[in-house]
Design a protein around this ligand. Structure first.
Ligand code: PPS
Length: 335
């Protein structure tokens, strides 16, 4: 266990610089500062410092089911598949917002609902957000928990207790575009997409560096308690993924259930379902950001509509640099 050792080992540094200035100056909703954490320089809002030991020493149970991703990689989609497989889809709980039945471990770091330093309440209605701890403490077993934290910052017990963890990755070009729109919607980011792409490729966006996040789970993909999925495979054949996730979780499903779940988790169904569309848990800060829906587009290759040739070249260089020496087979064909 040794929380103390953990705390001693994970270094936290305040980070500044031109990219951070852009995020801070061009967002309506910003934390008081930004941190780089640990040897991999994971970027998070300064609220993280307050919660770090609570995250690393968070008690884990063997029957928990976790969904871990880099942001905008298909988290909510996977959460719904997982939730429906481990819980009762006919129970009243099924109609609760995702955040309440499948809570987000580090929500208080990303969007603290009560911190008076956080200017969020000036522009948004946060009354619908509850501290994540209130929700997590009330969860009934088997608990379903979401996190975007990279491997090194996740609860230490995950690696001894070994509950099931579903990890999902997405083409970083699509994750980046989705993250840009997310930042406009949630942070009131009013810089250009080009500025956002620069920040993303400089690994100065929340939870960056992207590739270390993905590759650290890729390396663990053969472990029995880890299932590594791709957004693009979910798009290609969701029924196959439903069967794969069910098998991983030790759940028997017949073809009727697979068909039901595949339809229930389609983009259009999730977009129209208040329990899955994340439409209400906060109010976007501007008229512009209100136009962007959480369930925005849900496509593979939307980057084609937003990234220029130079940016694609930069994505390729960045990708190849991280993938050198790795057997990770995806997202290398950027020509
Ligand atoms: S978050 O905020 O990090 O938890 O976001 P996350 O859920 O990981 O990613 C949101 C993107 O996933 C898309 N999405 C889906 N795509 C296809 N089918 C279904 N059912 C589905 N549900 C969510 C969502 O639209 C976001 O992607 P973009 O590209 O922005 O549309």
């Amino acid at each position: 266990m040794g929380d103390k050792t953990t705390e001693e080992r994970i270094m936290i540094r305040e980070v500044t610089g031109p990219q951070i200035d852009i995020i801070r100056d061009l967002s309506l909703v910003t934390p008081p500062g930004y941190l780089e954490i640990g040897p991999e320089n994971v970027l998070l809002p300064s609220f993280y410092a307050k919660w770090q030991s609570k995250y690393t020493s968070f008690p884990v149970y063997p029957d928990d089911v976790w969904v871990v991703t880099f942001p905008k990689s298909g988290t909510t989609w996977t959460q719904e598949v997982v939730w429906c497989l481990v819980k009762d889809t006919k129970s009243p709980e099924a109609s609760l917002e995702m955040m309440k039945r499948f809570p987000f471990l580090e929500l208080d770091t990303i969007r603290p609902p009560t911190d008076e330093n956080f200017p969020f309440e000036k522009t948004c209605d946060v009354t619908q957000l509850t501290s994540t701890w209130d929700i997590i403490e009330k969860l009934k077993a088997p608990r379903t928990i979401k996190s975007h934290l990279p491997k090194e910052l996740l609860p230490k017990q995950l690696w001894n207790v070994k509950p099931k963890i579903v990890y999902v990755c997405r083409d970083p070009r699509d994750a980046c575009v989705s993250f840009y729109f997310h930042s406009v919607r949630h942070q009131g980011f009013h810089g250009t997409i080009n500025q956002f792409v620069d920040i993303f490729l400089d690994d100065k966006m929340y939870y960056s560096p992207y590739w270390r996040h993905v590759l650290n789970f890729w390396k663990m993909r053969h472990e029995e308690h880890i299932l590594f999925l791709r957004y693009e495979d979910m798009k290609k054949d969701l029924a196959a993924i439903v069967r794969q996730v069910a098998n991983f979780l030790g759940k028997e499903v017949d073809e009727e259930q697979v068909a039901w779940l595949t339809n229930h988790c389609s983009f259009s169904e999730m977009k129209n379902n208040p329990a899955t569309n994340n439409a209400t848990y906060l109010t976007p800060p501007t008229e512009e950001s209100k136009k962007i829906k959480f369930m925005r587009n849900g496509k593979v290759g939307d980057w084609r509509n937003h990234l220029n040739k130079e940016q694609l070249k930069a994505f390729k260089t960045w990708t190849l640099q991280f993938l050198e020496g790795s057997d990770f087979p995806y997202y290398q064909d950027y020509d």
